[in-house]
Design a protein around this ligand. Sequence first.
Ligand SMILES: Cc1cc2nc3c(=O)[nH]c(=O)nc-3n(C[C@H](O)[C@H](O)[C@H](O)COP(=O)(O)OP(=O)(O)OC[C@H]3O[C@@H](n4cnc5c(N)ncnc54)[C@H](O)[C@@H]3O)c2cc1C
Length: 490
Amino acid sequence: MPTLPALAYQRDSTPTSTEPSSKEGTIVGTPSLSFKSETSSVIEKLPWDGYLEEDLPEKKEGKIFRDLRHIVFTIYHRIFGIVFFANAGILIALFVYGVTSQRLGLITVANIFVAIMMRQDYVVNAFFDVFTSVPQSWPLWFRLLMARVYHLGGIHSGAAVSGTIWLAATCAQGTQERVSGNGPISVATLTFAWLILIFLGCIIGFALPWFRSASHDTFERIHRFAGWTATGLVWVHVVLLTNDWRGEKSLGYALVHSAPMWLMFIITASLALPWTRLRKVPVRSVVLSDHAVRMYFQYKVFGMHPRPVPGSFGRVSLDPLQEWHAFACVPVPGTDEWSMVVSQAGDWTTKLIRDPPSEIWVRGTPVSGVLRVNIMFRRVVFVATGSGIGPIAPCLFAHDQEHRLLWTGSNIRKTFGDDLVNAVTAADPDAVIYDTRKYGRPDMVKLTYKMVKDFNAEAVVIISNEPLTKKVVYGLMSRGVPAFGAIWDS
Ligand SMILES: Cc1cc2nc3c(=O)[nH]c(=O)nc-3n(C[C@H](O)[C@H](O)[C@H](O)COP(=O)(O)OP(=O)(O)OC[C@H]3O[C@@H](n4cnc5c(N)ncnc54)[C@H](O)[C@@H]3O)c2cc1C
């Protein structure tokens, strides 16, 4: 009778041609070692056995302090606050020491510049490249600090909100200068300034979290089209404002020596860049089940060399002007292809599964996300629910550290297919694959905590739905276990 190590047993409910029947268990990675689990001769031992009886340690700190730290003043909000209050300080100083609509216009454009650049694919990747380059041998506290790089969206929103307030100040100051005859600002310049203010107000209003999560496609369209329109209006405004304040100089000379003009030039180039790489590429779609499709691409589709970085996402579309969807780039070990695993999550993904494409639009370059931070840690527990395995699989395949996977889902092998499940279990032979259809939903905080302790992990990275991600990250962080998950800021 084989003795089973606690975490060496994986049970996946759906049998396949290479698997034993559903009444048998398999030691993953050594398929020859199978045993009857429902016969009286063997007591079935599951890797999570007993976790419910184990006590979770008390959360650290009092509830109010804890919630302020982990929910209210997240790193994202703290970065937003730094950008916002730095701007507020400059604004107050300017109004105390003297201000003109020209100077306000410059600071407005500078903030818009920062906001847009912080969403630029290459800039985001550069941040991730630098911050995640910290060696695994460096002190944990420093790596944990650097790993918070995925909160950099706080700079984007902080600068966008500040830029809008600066623009409101520009409008107010310009109107006051115009009414009092105390400056050269023209009616046309003022009109454009107020128009841009309306556009930016709308963009921010429709980007508020409650609207963004309730109606993400509409948010994206408004962000894109209103953003492009606002950029065009800002160009006109910059030229008009420069013209108003050029004095005796020629307009051409004044423009060439105008900082806002050059900032606008970079902004426009940066917005246009991903679209210069818009192309329709062949895709080999394999429908895995009613719930998932896997799309296979050739390398270099995005101009990638030699392969997408684990933790990066590519954008695909069936209708480039209307909607784009980002999915993890999953290498296919031992081949020249990479793939995207797309599971059913709405109308668009349902259409993709029912009517899988042979060609699809791509643009830009794959962009790094929260999962990139995994490479900074020596021992990581990855947690995936359902299609969360898509982004996590490349990290497992890359073997950048010792890792253990917890993957929960319903009928996993049937939903995601043998190829993916086999590749995942080959990358982590001790992966814990938990069939929720068979065993019900686990207590994810408790189970993850147990795995962290058993595996002696430095950090946890989770890809799941929003409520569960927040629950697990909070449940672990408040007990002193470093945990990373998406923050739904875009
Ligand atoms: C950074 C990031 C990248 C992503 N990349 C991709 C991608 O490339 N492809 C893709 O298709 N999707 C992707 N997603 C979406 C993501 O995979 C899903 O939002 C998430 O995994 C939910 O999976 P699900 O839709 O299968 O359903 P879920 O509702 O999460 O269910 C999946 C399984 O988890 C179990 N479960 C759910 N909630 C709980 C709970 N509270 N307690 C215990 N068990 C629970 C369920 O029983 C079910 O069996 C990504 C998401 C993020 C944040």
